[in-house]
Design a binder for this molecule. Structure first.
Ligand code: F6P
Length: 355
């Protein structure tokens, strides 16, 4: 059998660990397994690029961040657009056949899974693997890369907290996550943030100002606020992301965090600073949890391929590794329930959500 592996969308820690585990499993368990790496995500498949891989290629990569295959973003909405020639989807199916693949492993996030489901509908044998620091893939309790990002963001908030305390400042820390606030929620709670702002719970500036002022009055000289990249003001919640970005750019503020920091300083009169963690959260060595999870998911997906179980994506449910049909999860997101247990617990211990 011939197997292809690609990594698509934003990278994260743990991708190499998954690739390694797939290669090792196939090498150990499938007679005459032929494995090829497809570079730069779906971009490589569109161009028909591949290179042979074996276990020597995955030596010493378990703890290495990034992806040894390279990655790219290929917007889903452009997949079926055909101007003069074949669409990207048609090219991918053609190259899948030309490469003689029996199975393609696609390591990626929600967008990658949507394209994977399309490839399946066109007759390709695909098995997905749930990657993203955002933890927003439908049907899995957790995605690989998430926990490492939680550790990084938690450490960053911890560090910023000590300088916030020294200076008696209000500190905003922007954490990745455009649609989903999982990373901000988990890191915010783990680092003891006073307030957490996430996309699923639009916030009011008045409520944030009141929270900060009240803390001061009660003798707390500083406030730590974890802000998701996609957090929205209640007043802008009805607008599309592009419209919000347009207005913020016109106001000269690049992100919601900087926007809020300016308003907070002006309205509360307290020194306020903003830090944007950015790509720190995606890079570097995976934590032990992610190394183990990635290895288990990779081995599991390779076992599915050996059994001929295609059109699925590996997932975690409880403490078990399982799978979901790609067709069932494609196009759906797993978002934080704004009234759910974890948010409620955080509120119960006094964490503010700006509402
Ligand atoms: O991969 C997920 C993610 O890191 C999101 O949290 C973030 O909004 C986005 O990717 C950033 O994308 P890019 O790498 O294209 O800047």
């Amino acid at each position: 059998m011939k197997f292809g592996i690609l990594t698509s969308g934003g990278d994260c820690s743990g991708l190499n660990a998954v690739i390694r585990s797939i290669v090792l499993y196939l090498d150990e368990n499938v007679k005459n397994a032929e494995i090829v790496g497809i570079p730069n995500g779906y971009g490589g498949l569109i161009e028909g690029e591949s290179f042979p891989m074996d276990r020597r290629d995955v030596e010493n990569v378990l703890g290495r961040g990034g992806t040894l295959l390279g990655t790219s973003r290929q917007p889903f909405k452009l997949m079926t657009v055909a101007d003069d020639g074949p669409s990207k989807l048609e090219k991918m199916c053609e190259n899948y056949k030309k490469m003689g693949l029996d199975c393609l492993f696609t390591l990626g996030g929600a967008g990658t899974h949507k394209t994977a489901a399309l490839l399946c509908m066109e007759g390709c044998n695909v098995i997905g693997l749930p990657k993203t620091i955002d933890n927003d893939i439908y049907g899995t309790d957790v995605t690989f890369g998430f926990q490492t990002a939680v550790e990084v963001a938690t450490d960053a908030i911890d560090r910023i907290s000590t300088t916030a305390e020294s200076h008696g400042r209000t500190m905003l820390v922007e954490i990745m996550g455009n649609k989903a606030g999982w990373l901000t929620l988990h890191a915010g709670i783990a680092a003891g943030a006073d307030m957490i702002l996430i996309p699923e719970k639009p916030f009011s500036v008045d409520a944030v100002c009141e929270f900060v002022t009240k803390r001061r009055k009660s003798g707390k000289p500083y406030t730590m606020i974890a802000v998701a990249e996609g957090a929205v003001l209640a007043s802008e919640a009805k607008f599309k992301k592009s419209e919000r970005t347009f207005v913020r750019t016109a106001l000269g503020e690049s992100t919601v965090t900087r926007h809020l920091a300016e308003i907070l300083e002006e309205r509360t009169g307290f020194e306020t600073r903003a830090s944007v963690l950015g790509y720190l959260q995606r890079g570097g060595t995976p934590c032990a949890y992610d190394r183990l999870l990635s290895s288990r998911l990779g081995g599991f997906a390779a076992a599915l391929a050996k059994e001929g179980k295609f059109g699925v994506t590996a997932a975690v449910s409880g403490n078990r590794i399982t799978f979901n049909a790609l067709a069932e999860i494609a196009g759906k997101y797993k978002l934080v329930d704004p009234e759910g247990d974890i948010v409620r617990f955080a509120e119960d211990i006094g964490i503010g959500f700006g509402v």
